[in-house]
Write a protein that binds this ligand. Structure first.
Ligand code: UDX
Length: 450
């Protein structure tokens, strides 16, 4: 009997906010192209299925205990998920594949950070594609890890942090996409696993666009023998609000409504990054001393060892005469599109970086780990649409950087460049644009998979 072919896709995101958002946006994009969507998700960090009545959800039990289910040590969590998800994922995918009441699955699309899904897909004889939620430029650096190891760049030595990586201009040693961990070898295995798992797939989908990362996309096409589909920016097609794991504080928008155009610096460090109390106080005082208006997101868990705002001196906000507003989580894409938003101080997670570029908002870069470091270098030195806090997190330096961006000539030039990139982002989504065309090729590719 001929195998049944269908227009159903099974999507399996890594259960972290910065990965769930683009995977569910991709699901909506492919749904608009006529595919039925099945989402396989961990119980941990599951988004609200009722926001997606047109998708079918299957939840797997990864069995994380209460103390394991935390992003405080993100690398430990990732390793645990990788081990605990294998069997429940296999069982679930097998059940989905054999469900004759549903349309047959054309392929699995898994987050690149879950490479074990390749072996599962192979054993169940279903093609697997990959969604890489980070940028192409940072992935290219991760793909070069074996070469960089040979050249002696790892382990990274503190004395060499400011030196250039000659093979990867304009990166400095401090920009290499690593994370602070007591097990660096294990981190390298995870990165190599992600790269090899991507190479072994039937194709990679990227939340980026040609005009932004053309050199990296071209290099990856040259190095990888699989098709590559840059079809971003996803959030311009579908918002991420419906996949938010946190409650968005709408006062962010009503507060912005009362501010002058381009007068506010929006500050947020994404869903995982953490800082210590001293760093938090430098940030708060740098913002206060800059005399600019600011909307600051302090996610519970952002400041290590605190509940929320206890480290701030009494009356800190009141003494700002309305110049500052602090929330636990903001509707970020709405904030960035708001006319009052003049700059974004970010950790440069890929979603935040892309969201800022697409709204023409210049950035202050404060990368914390992995791809964020590469993204920040591209923002400050390649696209030149932001300034990086390079000299440590000190209130004087913060105040100077904010003022350069918000009120000085340097800031004006940066704003001009980011507006040009914003135009390019809009162009690529037009019917004759590169992302739109790449999406058409992706649809054809999926339907051709055996
Ligand atoms: C993680 C990694 O840290 C990052 O390096 C990688 O590129 C993606 O996964 P995260 O740190 O959460 O993600 O950052 P980011 O990629 O910027 O994603 C955060 C998402 O949450 C964005 O879509 C952003 O719009 C949203 N967000 C963030 C909010 O909606 N409100 C907020 O207050 C903050």
């Amino acid at each position: 009997m001929e195998p049944r072919k269908g227009r159903r896709l099974a999507l399996f995101p890594l259960p972290l906010q910065g990965h769930i958002n683009p995977m569910l946006q991709l699901a909506s994009i492919l749904h608009s192209k006529g595919f039925s969507i099945t989402i396989i998700h961990t119980n941990f960090n599951s988004p609200n299925p009722s926001n997606y009545p047109h998708f079918t959800f299957h939840f797997i039990n990864e069995n994380l205990s209460e103390c394991e289910a935390t992003t405080t040590d993100i690398f430990a969590l990732l390793k645990l998920l990788t081990i605990r998800c294998v069997e429940p994922f296999r069982e679930c995918l097998s059940k989905v594949l054999s469900d004759m009441s549903e349309e047959p699955i054309a392929c699995l699309i898994s987050d690149a950070v879950f490479p074990f899904t390749q072996a599962v897909a192979d054993s169940l004889k279903v093609p697997r594609m990959v969604l890489r939620t980070g940028g192409a430029s940072s992935f290219l650096v991760m793909a070069a890890f074996p070469f960089l190891r040979q050249r002696g760049y790892f382990p990274i030595q503190d004395s060499k942090l400011e030196e250039p990586v000659a093979e990867l201009v304009p990166l400095k040693v401090k920009d290499l996409p690593v994370i602070n961990t007591s097990e660096p070898e294990s981190f390298h295995q995870v990165v190599d696993g992600m790269v090899n798992g991507t190479k072994a797939s039937s194709g990679v989908i990227w939340n980026t666009f040609e005009d932004l990362e053309q050199p990296a996309i071209a290099a990856l096409r040259h190095q990888f023998s699989i098709p590559i589909f840059p079809i971003g920016p996803f959030h311009k097609c579908y918002s991420s609000s419906s996949s938010s794991l946190f409650t968005e504080d709408r006062s962010s928008i009503s507060w912005l409504d009362k501010r002058a155009p381009k007068s506010v610096i929006y500050v947020s460090f994404g869903s995982i990054a953490a800082i210590n109390e001293t760093e938090f106080l430098e940030i708060a005082w740098g913002l206060a001393n800059s005399k600019q208006h600011f909307l600051l997101v302090v996610r519970p868990g952002l400041v290590l060892g605190t509940e929320w705002l206890e480290p701030l001196p009494n009356g800190f906000i009141e003494n700002l005469d309305g110049r500052g507003h602090i929330v636990k989580w903001a509707p970020q894409t709405e904030v960035l599109v708001h006319s009052a938003c003049g700059a974004f101080w970010t950790h440069n997670g890929w979603n935040s970086t892309l969201e800022s570029i697409c709204e023409g908002v210049p950035m202050i870069c404060m990368p914390c780990f992995t791809d964020q470091k590469v993204n920040a270098r591209y923002v400050s030195d390649v696209w030149r649409v932001g300034l990086q806090l390079e000299k440590g997190l000190k209130r004087g330096e913060i105040e100077r950087t904010i003022r350069s961006l918000m009120v000085e000539k340097e800031g004006e030039e940066i704003r001009h460049r980011v507006l040009q990139l914003k135009d390019k982002a809009n162009m690529c989504l037009r019917q004759d644009g590169t992302s739109c065309q790449s999406l058409e090729s992706l649809v054809t590719h999926i339907l051709s998979l055996e």
